[in-house]
Design a protein around this ligand. Structure first.
Ligand code: HEM
Length: 431
């Protein structure tokens, strides 16, 4: 599982960048929304504001960043040939933006027309994205667990979006659907079958490469994805089969599996050869601690279902999963991927390799570290705000500022690319 990179088919740098640059602003919106609405938003997972917040992160921040990363990762890391990446990105990204904003507005204003608009945008946008990406993942001659886990993740995205669309149409048209059961199945595919599956697929590759750890043990990497798929499928069958007691109990093995992934990643970090704590490895550590806390809380609720009688218990889980696990992992990855992208594209401009600036020159190290600390503070406040609603507004503000800063750092990375590109072009044309 040693990284084997192929740069020939890498898409134009604007393709991944446009998704990365959009993602943090959904976090800013989520923070501002919480600051505006205050603690009542977190009273239960079903408040319109909680649903809007969950989706600002899930189909705003996460979906933008993760789809942008796939456009880059598939050709470079698994040798897949994504069909016309610029054309597809030009078509897909506006639809994903439109879908996310209409869905969030649909929750906030209970407007059927906005739900229907979101469904149309997501079915078309995600439909095209999934088709193009699955074809690339299927046709590549590469093998290995990163590839297989990624295929499962893309299928997980398709299922989550189909179920989300059914739920949204159900709300828009007042259909009599088993909303709670369907929502539980939908979120398992969204957070587990898509989110965690993709994090695992990418981690098998980038954690050893960027954080200089040993590779994930082969048996672990072979087992994790298929087992997660199996558990999410059984969870879905039990919820849809109305077997409430067993469905709740299924939370336990799912929690164990999440804990195993977190513990393995922390162990690899702990035993790595060179212990450099840059923003990426710190972000990963926070994400894995949040995943352990999510697993412990989920396991406790599976063993003692009365613990989830408090409506804030599910909000606690959502807070650990969305800003805790996913925003942290994605922010850490973007801090490595964007300097790497800059370096990759600069060294293709024809200058001698010694003229290409070091990756460390793309985003100032202190800017990343300070932003990371702000994120951790915001996360602690968000978690506390679940139980102490008076903290919600300040937590929202901190989260908005931290995401704003992330967005700003990514703009700095893009500007560094432009500046160095112009310098290199000028020096190449002088020669
Ligand atoms: C693919 C990524 C997605 C993820 C990770 C995700 C996550 C979630 C989560 C966590 C919940 C439960 C909210 C809570 O417990 O507070 C939920 C519910 C819901 N989601 Fe999503 N979602 C995704 C995509 C979508 C899409 C694309 C749509 C619509 C087109 C959608 C529509 C809904 C609806 C309507 C509900 C339930 C609302 C209710 O029953 O009152 N979701 N989603």
């Amino acid at each position: 599982m040693h990284p084997n990179l192929s740069f020939d088919q890498a898409p134009p740098i604007s393709v991944p960048y446009r998704f990365f640059l959009a993602a943090p602003w959904f976090g800013v919106l989520a923070g501002l929304l919480l600051a505006w609405t205050g603690g009542d938003a977190l009273a239960s997972r079903w408040t319109p504001e909680a649903l809007a917040l969950a989706h600002l992160i899930a189909v705003g921040f996460m979906l933008q960043a993760m789809s942008g990363a796939m456009f880059q990762f598939i050709p470079v890391a698994v040798g897949g040939n994504v069909w016309r990446p610029s054309v597809v990105a030009n078509f897909v990204q506006p639809l994903l933006l439109l879908g996310a904003l209409s869905l969030v507005a649909g929750f906030l204003f209970s407007a059927p027309v906005l739900f229907s608009a979101a469904v149309a945008a997501f079915l078309l946008g995600v439909g095209v994205f999934v088709t193009v990406v699955l074809l690339a993942l299927w046709r590549t001659p590469a093998t290995g667990m990163t590839l297989w886990t990624m295929r499962i993740a893309v299928a997980g995205l398709a299922i989550a979006v189909l179920l989300g669309s059914l739920l949204a149409e159900g709300l828009a048209r007042g259909l009599s659907l088993p909303l709670i059961e369907l929502a539980n199945v939908h979120l398992a595919w969204g957070l587990g079958g898509w989110g965690l599956m993709l994090v695992a697929a990418v981690s098998y590759f980038v954690v050893p490469m960027f954080q200089l750890t040993h590779p994930y043990p082969l048996r672990f990497a072979r087992g994790f994805g298929p087992l997660l798929l199996l558990l999410v499928t059984i969870w879905s069958a039990l919820w849809l089969g109305d077997d409430l007691r067993r469905a709740q109990a299924m939370g336990f093995p799912l929690a164990l599996l999440c804990a195993a992934f977190a513990a393995m990643t922390l162990w690899l970090q702990h035993t790595r050869r060179r212990k450099i704590d840059d923003a990426t490895s710190l972000y990963f550590r926070v994400a894995m601690i949040a995943l352990l806390a999510f697993a412990a809380s989920g396991a406790a609720m599976a063993i003692r279902p009365e613990l989830s009688d408090d409506p804030r218990a599910s909000v606690w889980l959502g807070m650990l999963a969305l800003p805790g696990v996913f925003v942290s992992t994605i922010s850490g990855m973007m801090y490595k991927i964007t300097p790497f992208l800059n370096w990759l594209h600069l060294q293709r401009l024809g200058a001698p390799i010694s003229a290409v600036p070091n990756m460390k020159m793309m985003i100032p190290g202190t800017a990343m570290t300070v932003q990371f600390r702000l994120h951790v503070l915001a996360l602690v406040l968000l978690l506390a705000a679940v139980w102490l609603p008076a903290l919600a507004r300040v937590a929202g503000l901190f989260f908005a500022v931290s995401c704003f800063w992330l967005g700003w750092n990514l703009i700095l990375a893009m500007n560094s690319y432009r500046r160095f590109r112009d310098q290199i072009r000028a020096s190449v044309s002088r020669c």
